[in-house]
Design a protein around this ligand. Structure first.
Ligand code: HEC
Ligand code: HEC
Length: 341
Protein backbone atom coordinates (compact mmCIF):
# COMPACT_ATOMS: atom_id res chain seq x y z
CA UNK A 1 0.00 0.00 0.00
CA UNK A 2 1.66 3.27 -1.10
CA UNK A 3 1.09 6.61 0.51
CA UNK A 4 -1.47 7.94 -2.06
CA UNK A 5 -3.62 4.91 -1.40
CA UNK A 6 -3.32 5.50 2.32
CA UNK A 7 -4.27 9.15 1.79
CA UNK A 8 -7.37 8.11 -0.12
CA UNK A 9 -8.42 5.81 2.68
CA UNK A 10 -7.80 8.53 5.23
CA UNK A 11 -9.84 10.96 3.16
CA UNK A 12 -12.66 8.44 2.94
CA UNK A 13 -12.67 8.05 6.71
CA UNK A 14 -12.60 11.79 7.23
CA UNK A 15 -15.51 12.36 4.87
CA UNK A 16 -17.50 9.65 6.56
CA UNK A 17 -16.69 11.22 9.90
CA UNK A 18 -17.86 14.63 8.76
CA UNK A 19 -21.07 13.22 7.31
CA UNK A 20 -21.80 11.25 10.45
CA UNK A 21 -20.94 14.23 12.62
CA UNK A 22 -23.26 16.45 10.66
CA UNK A 23 -25.96 13.82 10.66
CA UNK A 24 -25.64 13.66 14.41
CA UNK A 25 -26.08 17.41 14.76
CA UNK A 26 -29.04 17.60 12.40
CA UNK A 27 -30.57 14.43 13.72
CA UNK A 28 -30.23 15.79 17.21
CA UNK A 29 -32.09 18.91 16.17
CA UNK A 30 -34.90 17.00 14.57
CA UNK A 31 -35.35 14.65 17.46
CA UNK A 32 -34.66 16.77 20.49
CA UNK A 33 -35.95 20.19 19.66
CA UNK A 34 -39.67 20.70 19.87
CA UNK A 35 -39.56 23.88 17.88
CA UNK A 36 -36.77 23.34 15.39
CA UNK A 37 -35.04 26.46 14.20
CA UNK A 38 -35.37 27.56 10.62
CA UNK A 39 -32.54 25.51 9.07
CA UNK A 40 -34.17 22.38 10.43
CA UNK A 41 -37.47 23.34 8.86
CA UNK A 42 -35.73 23.70 5.52
CA UNK A 43 -34.49 20.15 5.84
CA UNK A 44 -37.82 18.88 7.08
CA UNK A 45 -39.65 20.33 4.12
CA UNK A 46 -37.54 18.01 1.98
CA UNK A 47 -38.77 14.96 3.85
CA UNK A 48 -41.24 12.72 2.03
CA UNK A 49 -44.86 13.49 2.72
CA UNK A 50 -46.33 11.76 5.72
CA UNK A 51 -43.16 12.12 7.75
CA UNK A 52 -44.17 14.23 10.67
CA UNK A 53 -42.14 17.32 11.24
CA UNK A 54 -42.53 17.61 14.98
CA UNK A 55 -41.69 14.97 17.53
CA UNK A 56 -43.53 11.79 16.63
CA UNK A 57 -47.17 12.17 17.62
CA UNK A 58 -48.66 9.32 19.56
CA UNK A 59 -52.45 9.69 19.70
CA UNK A 60 -53.53 10.55 23.22
CA UNK A 61 -56.18 7.82 23.06
CA UNK A 62 -53.46 5.20 22.67
CA UNK A 63 -51.50 6.70 25.54
CA UNK A 64 -54.54 6.93 27.79
CA UNK A 65 -55.21 3.23 27.39
CA UNK A 66 -52.02 2.66 29.39
CA UNK A 67 -52.20 5.66 31.70
CA UNK A 68 -52.24 5.49 35.46
CA UNK A 69 -54.39 8.15 37.18
CA UNK A 70 -52.69 7.52 40.52
CA UNK A 71 -49.33 8.41 39.04
CA UNK A 72 -51.07 11.33 37.37
CA UNK A 73 -52.40 12.54 40.68
CA UNK A 74 -48.97 12.75 42.26
CA UNK A 75 -47.48 14.35 39.13
CA UNK A 76 -50.32 16.88 39.01
CA UNK A 77 -49.80 17.76 42.67
CA UNK A 78 -46.15 18.49 41.91
CA UNK A 79 -46.50 20.12 38.50
CA UNK A 80 -49.80 21.96 38.76
CA UNK A 81 -50.62 22.17 42.47
CA UNK A 82 -48.96 25.55 42.98
CA UNK A 83 -51.51 27.13 40.65
CA UNK A 84 -54.55 24.83 40.57
CA UNK A 85 -56.91 23.20 43.04
CA UNK A 86 -58.52 19.91 41.98
CA UNK A 87 -61.32 19.35 44.47
CA UNK A 88 -64.99 19.90 43.73
CA UNK A 89 -65.82 23.54 44.40
CA UNK A 90 -62.15 24.29 45.12
CA UNK A 91 -60.96 27.86 44.94
CA UNK A 92 -59.26 29.45 41.96
CA UNK A 93 -55.60 30.02 42.77
CA UNK A 94 -53.23 31.45 40.18
CA UNK A 95 -55.19 29.30 37.72
CA UNK A 96 -58.81 28.07 37.73
CA UNK A 97 -60.06 25.08 39.72
CA UNK A 98 -59.75 21.92 37.60
CA UNK A 99 -62.58 19.75 38.89
CA UNK A 100 -64.61 18.37 35.99
CA UNK A 101 -62.52 20.14 33.34
CA UNK A 102 -62.36 17.27 30.83
CA UNK A 103 -64.95 17.92 28.06
CA UNK A 104 -65.91 21.21 29.72
CA UNK A 105 -65.94 24.33 27.54
CA UNK A 106 -62.52 25.97 27.32
CA UNK A 107 -62.01 29.02 29.53
CA UNK A 108 -65.53 29.23 30.90
CA UNK A 109 -65.04 27.98 34.46
CA UNK A 110 -67.04 30.29 36.72
CA UNK A 111 -65.24 32.73 38.98
CA UNK A 112 -62.05 32.96 37.00
CA UNK A 113 -60.80 35.68 34.71
CA UNK A 114 -59.27 33.90 31.72
CA UNK A 115 -56.89 35.52 29.26
CA UNK A 116 -58.24 36.49 25.87
CA UNK A 117 -55.65 34.10 24.42
CA UNK A 118 -57.38 31.11 25.95
CA UNK A 119 -60.90 32.50 25.54
CA UNK A 120 -60.24 32.78 21.81
CA UNK A 121 -60.08 28.98 21.61
CA UNK A 122 -63.83 28.40 22.08
CA UNK A 123 -64.27 24.55 21.82
CA UNK A 124 -64.21 21.94 24.56
CA UNK A 125 -61.43 20.30 26.48
CA UNK A 126 -61.44 17.11 24.42
CA UNK A 127 -58.66 14.64 25.18
CA UNK A 128 -56.81 15.78 22.06
CA UNK A 129 -57.06 19.44 22.96
CA UNK A 130 -56.05 18.79 26.55
CA UNK A 131 -53.02 16.88 25.33
CA UNK A 132 -51.98 19.62 22.91
CA UNK A 133 -52.46 22.25 25.63
CA UNK A 134 -50.51 20.41 28.28
CA UNK A 135 -47.72 19.57 25.85
CA UNK A 136 -47.19 23.21 24.95
CA UNK A 137 -49.59 25.74 26.52
CA UNK A 138 -48.19 28.75 24.65
CA UNK A 139 -48.15 26.91 21.35
CA UNK A 140 -51.76 25.83 21.81
CA UNK A 141 -53.09 29.18 23.02
CA UNK A 142 -50.72 32.03 22.20
CA UNK A 143 -51.23 34.77 24.76
CA UNK A 144 -52.31 32.43 27.53
CA UNK A 145 -51.34 33.48 31.01
CA UNK A 146 -50.62 29.93 32.15
CA UNK A 147 -46.90 30.20 32.83
CA UNK A 148 -46.14 26.51 32.50
CA UNK A 149 -43.62 25.04 30.07
CA UNK A 150 -45.63 21.94 29.25
CA UNK A 151 -45.18 18.20 29.74
CA UNK A 152 -43.11 16.69 26.96
CA UNK A 153 -43.16 13.16 28.28
CA UNK A 154 -46.08 11.34 26.62
CA UNK A 155 -46.62 8.94 29.44
CA UNK A 156 -46.60 11.60 32.12
CA UNK A 157 -48.98 13.80 30.14
CA UNK A 158 -51.38 10.91 29.68
CA UNK A 159 -51.22 10.06 33.38
CA UNK A 160 -52.10 13.64 34.32
CA UNK A 161 -54.96 13.77 31.79
CA UNK A 162 -56.32 10.46 33.04
CA UNK A 163 -56.24 11.90 36.55
CA UNK A 164 -58.11 15.02 35.41
CA UNK A 165 -60.68 12.68 33.86
CA UNK A 166 -61.36 11.06 37.26
CA UNK A 167 -62.15 14.47 38.81
CA UNK A 168 -65.84 14.29 38.08
CA UNK A 169 -69.09 12.99 39.47
CA UNK A 170 -69.35 10.96 36.27
CA UNK A 171 -65.98 10.67 34.58
CA UNK A 172 -65.86 10.73 30.79
CA UNK A 173 -65.13 7.35 29.22
CA UNK A 174 -61.68 6.87 27.77
CA UNK A 175 -61.55 7.68 24.06
CA UNK A 176 -61.44 4.64 21.75
CA UNK A 177 -57.94 3.74 20.62
CA UNK A 178 -57.56 4.33 16.88
CA UNK A 179 -57.02 1.00 15.11
CA UNK A 180 -54.01 1.97 13.05
CA UNK A 181 -52.54 4.25 15.68
CA UNK A 182 -49.02 4.95 14.54
CA UNK A 183 -47.94 5.00 18.15
CA UNK A 184 -49.94 1.99 19.23
CA UNK A 185 -46.72 0.04 19.39
CA UNK A 186 -45.04 2.57 21.65
CA UNK A 187 -47.24 2.11 24.70
CA UNK A 188 -47.33 -1.60 23.94
CA UNK A 189 -43.57 -1.59 24.07
CA UNK A 190 -43.65 0.47 27.24
CA UNK A 191 -46.10 -2.03 28.68
CA UNK A 192 -44.04 -4.97 27.53
CA UNK A 193 -41.85 -5.28 30.59
CA UNK A 194 -45.01 -5.39 32.69
CA UNK A 195 -46.49 -8.23 30.67
CA UNK A 196 -44.47 -11.02 32.25
CA UNK A 197 -45.51 -9.69 35.67
CA UNK A 198 -49.18 -10.38 34.83
CA UNK A 199 -48.98 -14.11 34.35
CA UNK A 200 -46.73 -14.35 37.36
CA UNK A 201 -49.47 -13.06 39.67
CA UNK A 202 -51.93 -15.41 37.98
CA UNK A 203 -49.42 -18.21 38.48
CA UNK A 204 -49.06 -17.26 42.13
CA UNK A 205 -52.86 -17.55 42.35
CA UNK A 206 -52.64 -20.97 40.74
CA UNK A 207 -50.15 -22.07 43.37
CA UNK A 208 -52.07 -20.64 46.31
CA UNK A 209 -54.28 -22.46 48.75
CA UNK A 210 -57.90 -21.31 48.48
CA UNK A 211 -58.61 -22.60 52.01
CA UNK A 212 -55.95 -20.33 53.50
CA UNK A 213 -57.37 -17.58 51.30
CA UNK A 214 -60.81 -18.07 52.77
CA UNK A 215 -59.50 -17.42 56.27
CA UNK A 216 -57.62 -14.32 55.09
CA UNK A 217 -60.66 -13.04 53.18
CA UNK A 218 -62.89 -13.45 56.23
CA UNK A 219 -60.42 -11.47 58.27
CA UNK A 220 -59.63 -8.73 55.72
CA UNK A 221 -62.82 -8.40 53.76
CA UNK A 222 -65.59 -10.11 55.74
CA UNK A 223 -66.70 -6.94 57.52
CA UNK A 224 -67.78 -5.45 54.20
CA UNK A 225 -68.32 -8.30 51.74
CA UNK A 226 -70.34 -11.51 51.57
CA UNK A 227 -68.97 -14.36 49.46
CA UNK A 228 -71.78 -16.88 49.07
CA UNK A 229 -73.83 -17.25 45.89
CA UNK A 230 -76.67 -14.72 45.99
CA UNK A 231 -75.31 -13.22 49.21
CA UNK A 232 -76.46 -9.76 50.20
CA UNK A 233 -74.59 -6.56 49.51
CA UNK A 234 -73.18 -5.16 52.70
CA UNK A 235 -70.89 -2.13 52.83
CA UNK A 236 -69.40 -3.58 49.64
CA UNK A 237 -70.94 -5.77 46.92
CA UNK A 238 -71.22 -9.57 47.13
CA UNK A 239 -68.06 -11.18 45.74
CA UNK A 240 -69.34 -14.53 44.45
CA UNK A 241 -67.93 -15.26 40.99
CA UNK A 242 -66.15 -11.92 40.74
CA UNK A 243 -62.99 -13.15 38.96
CA UNK A 244 -63.08 -12.20 35.27
CA UNK A 245 -66.43 -10.44 35.75
CA UNK A 246 -66.86 -6.87 34.47
CA UNK A 247 -65.87 -4.30 37.07
CA UNK A 248 -68.66 -2.60 39.00
CA UNK A 249 -71.65 -4.12 37.24
CA UNK A 250 -73.17 -6.19 40.05
CA UNK A 251 -76.91 -5.43 40.05
CA UNK A 252 -78.38 -4.08 43.26
CA UNK A 253 -75.21 -2.34 44.36
CA UNK A 254 -74.42 1.31 43.89
CA UNK A 255 -70.76 1.60 42.91
CA UNK A 256 -68.73 4.78 43.01
CA UNK A 257 -68.21 6.64 39.74
CA UNK A 258 -64.50 5.95 40.13
CA UNK A 259 -64.98 2.21 39.88
CA UNK A 260 -67.78 2.37 37.32
CA UNK A 261 -65.47 4.37 35.04
CA UNK A 262 -63.07 1.45 34.79
CA UNK A 263 -64.82 -0.40 31.95
CA UNK A 264 -62.65 -3.47 32.31
CA UNK A 265 -62.83 -6.92 33.84
CA UNK A 266 -61.52 -8.29 37.11
CA UNK A 267 -58.57 -10.03 35.51
CA UNK A 268 -55.97 -11.44 37.87
CA UNK A 269 -53.78 -8.43 37.11
CA UNK A 270 -56.55 -5.95 37.91
CA UNK A 271 -57.45 -7.75 41.12
CA UNK A 272 -53.78 -7.68 42.04
CA UNK A 273 -53.54 -3.92 41.44
CA UNK A 274 -56.86 -3.26 43.22
CA UNK A 275 -56.04 -5.27 46.30
CA UNK A 276 -52.53 -3.80 46.47
CA UNK A 277 -53.84 -0.25 46.53
CA UNK A 278 -57.58 0.29 45.98
CA UNK A 279 -57.28 4.08 45.82
CA UNK A 280 -54.34 3.90 43.47
CA UNK A 281 -56.26 1.63 41.14
CA UNK A 282 -59.48 3.65 41.29
CA UNK A 283 -58.93 7.10 42.78
CA UNK A 284 -62.20 8.13 44.40
CA UNK A 285 -63.34 4.58 45.15
CA UNK A 286 -65.47 4.18 48.25
CA UNK A 287 -63.80 0.93 49.28
CA UNK A 288 -62.24 2.02 52.55
CA UNK A 289 -59.54 -0.58 52.62
CA UNK A 290 -55.82 0.15 52.67
CA UNK A 291 -54.72 -2.82 50.59
CA UNK A 292 -52.72 -5.99 51.21
CA UNK A 293 -48.99 -5.33 50.84
CA UNK A 294 -47.94 -9.00 50.60
CA UNK A 295 -48.23 -10.44 47.10
CA UNK A 296 -48.41 -13.94 48.56
CA UNK A 297 -51.38 -13.01 50.68
CA UNK A 298 -53.10 -11.23 47.79
CA UNK A 299 -52.65 -14.31 45.65
CA UNK A 300 -54.12 -16.47 48.42
CA UNK A 301 -57.18 -14.22 48.71
CA UNK A 302 -57.65 -14.20 44.93
CA UNK A 303 -57.29 -17.99 44.85
CA UNK A 304 -60.24 -18.08 47.24
CA UNK A 305 -62.24 -15.59 45.13
CA UNK A 306 -61.47 -17.74 42.09
CA UNK A 307 -62.84 -20.81 43.83
CA UNK A 308 -66.20 -19.03 44.37
CA UNK A 309 -67.60 -20.12 41.04
CA UNK A 310 -69.24 -23.12 39.47
CA UNK A 311 -66.58 -22.80 36.78
CA UNK A 312 -63.41 -21.19 38.16
CA UNK A 313 -61.59 -18.98 35.70
CA UNK A 314 -58.52 -20.72 34.20
CA UNK A 315 -55.01 -19.77 35.23
CA UNK A 316 -53.17 -18.63 32.08
CA UNK A 317 -50.02 -20.62 31.39
CA UNK A 318 -50.97 -23.50 33.68
CA UNK A 319 -51.85 -26.88 32.18
CA UNK A 320 -55.54 -26.32 32.76
CA UNK A 321 -55.52 -22.76 31.43
CA UNK A 322 -53.36 -23.55 28.39
CA UNK A 323 -56.49 -24.02 26.32
CA UNK A 324 -57.40 -20.36 26.50
CA UNK A 325 -54.13 -19.20 24.97
CA UNK A 326 -54.80 -20.19 21.37
CA UNK A 327 -58.31 -18.84 21.92
CA UNK A 328 -56.99 -15.39 22.76
CA UNK A 329 -54.68 -15.46 19.78
CA UNK A 330 -57.52 -16.37 17.45
CA UNK A 331 -59.74 -13.65 18.87
CA UNK A 332 -57.01 -11.11 18.30
CA UNK A 333 -56.32 -12.16 14.73
CA UNK A 334 -59.49 -13.42 13.15
CA UNK A 335 -61.85 -10.51 12.47
CA UNK A 336 -59.44 -7.72 11.58
CA UNK A 337 -57.09 -9.97 9.69
CA UNK A 338 -54.26 -7.90 11.15
CA UNK A 339 -51.01 -9.44 10.05
CA UNK A 340 -48.97 -10.71 12.98
CA UNK A 341 -46.39 -8.33 14.42
C1 HEC B 1 -47.62 28.78 37.17
C2 HEC B 1 -49.01 28.50 37.35
C3 HEC B 1 -49.61 27.32 36.60
C4 HEC B 1 -49.15 26.02 36.53
C5 HEC B 1 -47.88 25.45 37.13
C6 HEC B 1 -50.15 25.27 35.79
N1 HEC B 1 -51.17 26.11 35.42
FE1 HEC B 1 -52.84 25.57 34.38
N2 HEC B 1 -53.47 27.51 34.33
C7 HEC B 1 -52.78 28.56 34.91
C8 HEC B 1 -53.43 29.81 34.53
C9 HEC B 1 -53.00 31.21 34.94
C10 HEC B 1 -54.52 29.44 33.69
C11 HEC B 1 -55.48 30.39 32.97
C12 HEC B 1 -54.88 30.51 31.57
C13 HEC B 1 -55.47 31.61 30.72
O1 HEC B 1 -56.53 32.18 31.05
O2 HEC B 1 -54.86 31.89 29.68
C14 HEC B 1 -54.52 28.00 33.59
C15 HEC B 1 -55.47 27.26 32.88
C16 HEC B 1 -55.49 25.87 32.82
C17 HEC B 1 -56.52 25.10 32.17
C18 HEC B 1 -57.75 25.63 31.46
C19 HEC B 1 -58.95 25.51 32.37
C20 HEC B 1 -60.27 25.95 31.77
O3 HEC B 1 -61.26 25.97 32.52
O4 HEC B 1 -60.36 26.23 30.57
C21 HEC B 1 -56.19 23.79 32.35
C22 HEC B 1 -56.96 22.59 31.84
C23 HEC B 1 -54.95 23.74 33.09
N3 HEC B 1 -54.56 25.03 33.36
C24 HEC B 1 -54.31 22.59 33.47
C25 HEC B 1 -53.06 22.56 34.09
C26 HEC B 1 -52.38 21.35 34.44
C27 HEC B 1 -52.93 19.94 34.25
C28 HEC B 1 -51.17 21.73 34.99
C29 HEC B 1 -50.04 20.82 35.44
C30 HEC B 1 -49.61 19.84 34.54
C31 HEC B 1 -51.13 23.16 35.01
N4 HEC B 1 -52.30 23.64 34.46
C32 HEC B 1 -50.07 23.93 35.53
C33 HEC B 1 -51.66 28.48 35.73
C34 HEC B 1 -50.88 27.35 35.90
C1 HEC C 1 -64.29 -1.30 54.77
C2 HEC C 1 -65.08 -2.08 53.86
C3 HEC C 1 -64.36 -2.94 52.82
C4 HEC C 1 -63.35 -3.85 53.02
C5 HEC C 1 -62.61 -4.18 54.32
C6 HEC C 1 -63.10 -4.46 51.74
N1 HEC C 1 -63.95 -3.93 50.80
FE1 HEC C 1 -64.03 -4.47 48.82
N2 HEC C 1 -65.44 -3.05 48.48
C7 HEC C 1 -65.96 -2.20 49.45
C8 HEC C 1 -66.77 -1.20 48.81
C9 HEC C 1 -67.50 -0.06 49.49
C10 HEC C 1 -66.74 -1.50 47.42
C11 HEC C 1 -67.38 -0.71 46.29
C12 HEC C 1 -66.28 0.23 45.82
C13 HEC C 1 -66.70 1.32 44.88
O1 HEC C 1 -67.82 1.30 44.35
O2 HEC C 1 -65.86 2.22 44.65
C14 HEC C 1 -65.91 -2.68 47.25
C15 HEC C 1 -65.65 -3.29 46.03
C16 HEC C 1 -64.90 -4.43 45.87
C17 HEC C 1 -64.72 -5.13 44.63
C18 HEC C 1 -65.35 -4.79 43.28
C19 HEC C 1 -66.50 -5.73 43.03
C20 HEC C 1 -67.16 -5.54 41.68
O3 HEC C 1 -68.19 -6.20 41.45
O4 HEC C 1 -66.67 -4.79 40.83
C21 HEC C 1 -63.88 -6.18 44.88
C22 HEC C 1 -63.38 -7.21 43.89
C23 HEC C 1 -63.55 -6.12 46.29
N3 HEC C 1 -64.18 -5.05 46.85
C24 HEC C 1 -62.73 -7.03 46.92
C25 HEC C 1 -62.36 -6.92 48.25
C26 HEC C 1 -61.49 -7.86 48.90
C27 HEC C 1 -60.92 -9.12 48.27
C28 HEC C 1 -61.29 -7.41 50.18
C29 HEC C 1 -60.40 -7.99 51.25
C30 HEC C 1 -59.04 -8.26 50.88
C31 HEC C 1 -62.07 -6.19 50.34
N4 HEC C 1 -62.70 -5.92 49.15
C32 HEC C 1 -62.16 -5.45 51.52
C33 HEC C 1 -65.72 -2.25 50.81
C34 HEC C 1 -64.73 -3.01 51.42
Amino acid sequence: MDSTELNKIMAAFLTAGIVFGLGGVLGGKLIHSERPEHPAFAILSALPEGVSAGPREVPIAALLAHADPARGQSDAAKLCGACHSFNKGGAALVGPNLYNVVMAPVAEGAGYDFSSGLKAKHGKWSFDDMSAWLRDPKGYAPGTKMAFAGINNDRQRADVIDYLRTLSDSPQPLPPVPKEAPGASAPAAAGAPAAPAGPSFAEAVGHSDAKLGEAAAQRYCGACHSFDQGGASMVGPNLYNVVDKAIAVQPGYSFSAALTAKHAAWTYENLDAWLTDPRGFAPGTKMGFAGIPSEKQRATVVAYLRSLSPNPHPIPGSGAGGADKPGQGAARQSPGGTPPK
